[in-house]
Design a protein around this ligand. Structure first.
Ligand code: WTA
Length: 667
C-alpha cells in the first residue's frame, strides 16, 4: 500500500515544489500576537502541558463545555494492537445541542448565530441563537413524532440551507446519530450510506440550488430508496427549497413545513454519555466501500470548540465564514459544531464561488463584513487563474485572518491568497486534518506561529505527530516519511460504524501502536511539517477524497470494461485530476462515444466530483508476475514523466509500458 512516494506531492508543479527551501517566512506581527488567544510563549506552555500532562490539560479544557455530569475520568485510550480503545471523559454526560444553543440564550439570544447567504446574491437571512434554538427544538419534536429516539440514525441529504444545521442539532438534541451525505453524491452512493447506517428517516429538500442551477435532491432520494436494502428508510422529510416538481410517495414522504412548523419550540435535551455517538461520516479509503467514521459527543465537541477558538483566534461578535459544505467534516466541525459551541456568528453559503461572477466570495465578505475566511486551495487556484483583478468588485478590508484546508496549498497559491484576497495583511492558517481526526491537527496559530507558505507548520495542543519510514522506524529531526500520530486526542474518530476490526486494520496496523494518517510528510530543520500528499491509493480532487478502488469498481461494472486502473495526476486547479486506464472486453472497440459513456457512467454512479479527466484505452495494464498492477508506473505516465519510470524488470510483460507511453493523454 505505502510506496514511499514522499518527496513532492503530486499537485505541485516542478517549479514550485521547493518545500522547505521556500525563501519567504512571514513572522507573527506584534499587533496580532498582542490580541491573540495565544502568543508564542502561551503556545509553547500550553502545548508542553498538553503532551506532558494530558489528563490535567484536558480536564481544564473539558470545562469549556456545559456538562450535565462533569467527567472525572479524562483520558482512557489505548492504541495497542488487539486493543484499540479510545475514550475521553467517559463518565461525563452532556447534550451537544444544548452546548451549541441553550447555554447561549441568556447572553446571546439576540445575536446572529447563522448568516445564510443564498445562491442568488439577493437572498440572505440572519438567524439568531434564539431562533435557531426554537427551530431546532421544533424539528427535534417532529423527529420524535416520527419515532426517532436516542441511538437511532438519521441520514441528511441536504442543500446548504439553515435546515441542514438545524437537522444536525435536532438529532443531537435527541441523542440520535446523524449521517450527512454530501448533496453531490449519486443515488447509488446515497443508497449505500442509508443502508450501512440503517437510517429510518432521511431528511432532504426538493432541490438544491448551486450556480443558478437546480440539483434534484428529492429525485435522487427516490432513486436511492429503490435500491436493495434501503427499505429501512420509512420516512423522507422534505424541505421545500425551490418548489420544483417532485414525485410524492404517499405514506413515506412528509413535507418539512407541514410537520415541523406546528411543533412546540421547546424540546428537552436528552442526556447522553460523552462517548455516545454524535454522528457518522463516510469517507473514502484505499480499498473497499466508504467507511462510516464514528465520532462521539464530549471529546469531539471539546476539540472542535478549542480548535475553532485558537486556530481562528475567534473573538466575540466577529463574522466567521467557512466555505465548505456540511456534507464534509470541515462543515461539521467548522460551520456547525465548533463555531456554535463558541457562540460565534457562522456564515453558511448555499452557492458556488464562481456565481454570478468570480468576484462572489469577495462580495460576500464585504456584504457581511466577514473577519475570518476559511476555504480550500482549489478555490484559491481557480480564482488565481482569473488574474489579480478577479476580486476588484470588493474591498475585503473586514478580513483579518485567512484559512486553508483540504489539500496541500502550493506556495504560489498561498502568496496569491495572502496578497490578493487578504490585501497583504492577513495571516494564513494552513490547517492539516482529516475526517478521522474530527478537528484541526497541524496548524499555525495566528499570534504564535511564524508562517512558511506551503507548510501546515506545528501541532495543535495535545497532538503528537511523528514521521516513520516504511518499516515503522521513527525518524528524528529534519526528515521525510509517513505521518503518524503517537497518542490519542479527544476529537478523533472512535471506530468505523459497525466494523471496529476495519478501523483497527486501517489505522492502527500499518505501524504498531500508532495512528497512521495515510499522508506523506516532511519535517524541516525548524520542526515545521510539510504535508506532501497521500501515500496510499486515495485521491484528493479539489479537496474531495476518493478511493481509486471505488472508481475502478464502478467502471468494471460496465459491460464494455474488462479492467480499469485509476491514478491521480497533477492538475493546476484541482490539485489532482482523475486519470483512468481502461482495458475493454474482447469484442468492444474503443470510440469517442464509449469514452463519453464511461465518463457519464462514473458521474452517475458516484457523483460529478468523480468525473474522469482522462480515459486512456489500455490493451493491457502493467502487472507484476503475481498480478499486481504497478500503479507507480501508471502515475508516472499519467503525469507525463516517462523518463524516470524506474525498474520495470519485475513486470510480467514490460512491452505493455511502451504502448501506454505512446498513447498517453498528457504530453
Ligand atoms: C489532505 C479534510 C495538506 C490530506 C479536513 C488528508 C491536507 C486529507 C490538508 C483528509 C492541508 C487536508 N495540507 N493536505 N492543510 N488538509 N489535507 O478527510 O491528504 O476530507 O489526509 O478531511 O486531505 O481529507 P478529509
Amino acid at each position: 500500500m505505502v510506496d514511499g512516494r514522499q518527496t513532492c506531492f503530486e499537485g505541485y508543479s516542478k517549479d514550485n515544489c521547493t518545500m522547505s527551501d521556500h525563501p519567504h517566512v512571514y513572522p507573527v506581527s506584534d499587533d496580532v500576537a498582542s490580541k491573540a488567544w495565544a502568543d508564542k510563549a502561551t503556545y509553547r506552555k500550553l502545548y508542553q502541558q498538553s503532551v506532558e500532562d494530558p489528563q490535567g490539560f484536558w480536564k481544564e479544557q473539558a470545562a469549556r463545555l456545559d456538562w450535565i455530569k462533569a467527567p472525572r475520568t479524562i483520558k482512557n485510550t489505548s492504541y495497542a494492537s488487539g486493543n484499540v480503545d479510545i475514550r475521553w471523559f467517559e463518565d461525563g454526560t452532556l447534550n451537544v445541542s444544548a452546548n451549541c444553543l441553550d447555554r447561549h440564550l441568556a447572553t446571546r439570544g439576540d445575536q446572529t448565530a447563522i448568516i445564510w447567504e443564498g445562491d442568488d446574491p439577493n437572498e440572505s437571512a440572519h438567524i439568531t441563537y434564539r431562533e435557531l434554538y426554537e427551530r431546532t427544538c421544533q424539528l427535534a419534536n417532529a423527529l420524535k413524532s416520527l419515532g426517532v429516539k436516542k441511538g437511532d440514525t438519521v441520514t441528511l441529504y441536504m442543500p446548504m440551507i439553515p435546515e441542514a444545521a438545524m437537522a444536525m442539532l435536532a438529532c443531537a438534541r435527541l441523542g440520535a446519530v446523524h449521517s450527512v451525505v454530501f448533496g453531490g453524491f449519486s443515488p447509488d452512493a446515497l443508497a449505500q450510506r442509508v443502508k450501512d447506517a440503517a437510517s429510518r428517516v432521511v431528511i432532504t429538500a426538493d432541490e438544491s440550488v448551486r450556480g443558478g442551477k437546480q440539483v434534484p435532491l428529492k429525485d435522487n432520494v427516490d432513486a436511492a430508496l429503490t435500491r436493495d436494502g434501503t427499505d429501512v428508510a420509512e420516512t423522507v422529510l422534505v424541505v421545500k427549497r425551490t418548489g420544483g416538481d417532485i414525485e410524492w410517495n404517499e405514506g413515506r414522504d412528509v413535507w418539512y413545513h407541514e410537520l415541523v412548523d406546528g411543533q412546540s419550540t421547546d424540546c428537552p435535551a436528552e442526556e447522553v454519555n460523552a462517548e455516545d455517538p454524535l454522528f457518522i461520516l463516510y469517507t473514502s479509503g484505499s480499498t473497499g466501500t466508504p467507511k462510516g467514521l464514528k465520532h462521539t459527543s464530549g471529546g469531539y465537541l471539546a476539540y472542535a470548540s478549542l480548535t475553532h477558538q485558537y486556530v481562528f483566534d475567534y473573538r466575540d461578535a466577529e463574522v466567521y465564514w467557512c466555505t465548505a459544505d456540511v456534507g464534509w467534516i470541515t462543515g461539521h466541525s467548522y460551520i456547525v459544531y465548533g463555531p456554535l459551541a463558541n457562540g460565534a456568528t457562522t456564515l453558511m453559503f448555499e452557492g458556488v464561488p464562481s456565481y454570478p461572477t468570480h468576484g462572489r466570495m469577495g462580495d460576500i465578505v464585504d456584504k457581511h463584513q466577514v473577519s475570518i475566511l476559511y476555504t480550500a486551495p482549489t478555490a484559491v487556484r481557480a480564482l488565481m487563474a482569473h488574474g489579480d483583478n478577479v476580486m476588484d468588485s470588493s474591498k475585503r478590508d473586514s478580513l483579518r485572518l485567512l484559512g486553508s484546508v483540504g489539500e496541500p496549498i502550493n506556495p504560489e497559491a498561498w502568496e496569491w491568497y495572502h496578497r490578493v484576497i487578504g490585501n497583504g495583511k492577513c495571516p494564513i492558517v494552513d490547517t492539516w486534518w482529516q475526517t478521522e481526526t474530527g478537528g484541526i491537527m497541524i496548524t499555525p496559530l495566528p499570534g504564535a506561529t511564524d508562517l512558511k507558505p506551503g507548510s501546515a507548520t506545528l501541532p495543535f495542543f495535545g497532538v503528537q505527530p511523528a514521521l516513520v519510514d516504511n518499516e515503522g522506524n521513527l525518524l528524528e529531526g529534519a526528515a521525510d516519511g509517513n505521518l503518524v500520530i503517537l497518542d490519542a486526542w479527544p476529537g478523533q474518530a472512535r471506530s468505523i460504524w459497525g466494523n471496529h476490526e476495519r478501523f483497527v486494520q486501517t489505522y492502527f496496523s500499518t505501524y504498531e501502536g500508532m495512528y497512521f494518517t495515510g499522508d506523506g510528510c516532511r519535517r524541516d530543520e525548524d520542526g515545521y511539517y510539510w504535508i506532501t500528499g497521500r501515500v496510499d491509493d486515495v485521491l484528493n480532487v479539489s479537496g474531495h477524497r476518493m478511493g481509486t478502488a471505488e472508481i475502478e469498481s464502478s467502471l468494471v461494472a460496465h459491460d464494455a470494461v474488462a479492467e480499469a486502473a485509476v491514478v491521480g495526476f497533477p492538475h493546476d486547479i484541482k490539485g489532482q485530476g482523475i486519470y483512468i486506464y481502461v482495458t475493454l472486453t474482447d469484442e468492444v472497440e474503443p470510440s469517442e462515444e464509449l469514452r463519453k459513456e464511461l465518463t457519464q457512467w462514473v458521474r452517475k454512479d458516484i457523483g460529478p466530483i468523480a468525473s474522469p479527466d482522462h480515459i486512456q484505452w489500455a490493451p493491457s495494464l502493467p502487472k507484476t508476475r503475481s498480478g499486481k498492477i504497478m500503479r507507480r508506473i501508471l502515475r508516472k505516465i499519467a503525469a507525463n514523466e516517462c523518463d524516470g519510470l524506474g525498474d520495470t524488470s519485475t513486470l510480467a510483460d514490460p512491452s505493455v509500458v511502451d504502448d501506454l507511453i505512446e498513447h498517453r493523454a498528457i504530453r
